[in-house]
Write a protein that binds this ligand. Sequence first.
Ligand SMILES: [Zn+2]
Length: 301
Amino acid sequence: MKAEAKALREPLPGGGEPGSTVRVEPLLGGSISGPSGFFESRGGRLATLRMLGLGTPRSRWWRVPVPAYLITHPTAGPMLVDTGFHASVAAKPAANLGRLVTRFGRPGIEPGRDIPAQLRERGIDAGGLRTVVLTHLHFDHASGIAEYPDATFVLSKAEWEAATSDPRPFLRGYRPAHYDYLFDYRTIDFDGPGIASYASFGRSFDLFGDGSVRLVYTPGHSAGHCSVVARLRDRDLVIAGDAIYTQAQLEGGNPPPRPLDMHRWRRSLRELQQFARTYPRAEIIPGHDPERWKTVAKGYE
Ligand SMILES: [Zn+2]
């Protein structure tokens, strides 16, 4: 690895008045297929085989969204949460994602609908974007990092260390080529100072120091997974990332078959569930739920 990360101990510059709110636009950054057992497991001896799709015809696999989120902050400007697939996935998926993922999941992007193109439609140049938060570094969230060379990338220290030190990153969902750049990576130590609780979340980091965008620590799916809480005018929006794949998981349904750490996954789930109970008007968006995605609004403010 040539990439290096620096610790982020203070909020990023550009924050606004306390009480600042943001606009959030969920963007479809591609899609990928998988057997339902890959996302929700009924358990039992056959769980691993079902996860790989054995016994399920491909016609009944799920086609799931690969989201990214554009957040517009009143003073810090536009930022992304996750990258979706790199634009090259539209024409040559194997070059960015590898042959195995391409053959298994048939990842794709609708022509002309890559994330940089969607930013351009909004007058934002991807090459000049200043801030990208990464919920984690799995391939479907980090695939497009190279498209934002000027950005400060913010993620948890635990995630960075896992993804850059794992001897077999591919087996854990990482493709180091996605993030092995001399970019400005900043990592948050959720065991360190400057970490506070927020609502039901035991550990959070206030990204701009004005309460508008918070990373909340939701590990378990991966070593250092974070969700993002954005403050809208009269409620919060939670970008859960892959802490929950589906709405059913938020509501107590079947867990994913093999999170990295099931104990931590359940603890993170409980924090999300408690948040949902306490704030029934909050919008909580799961990572890869095709039905829930259809109900997501174009923009929230
Ligand atoms: Zn994912």
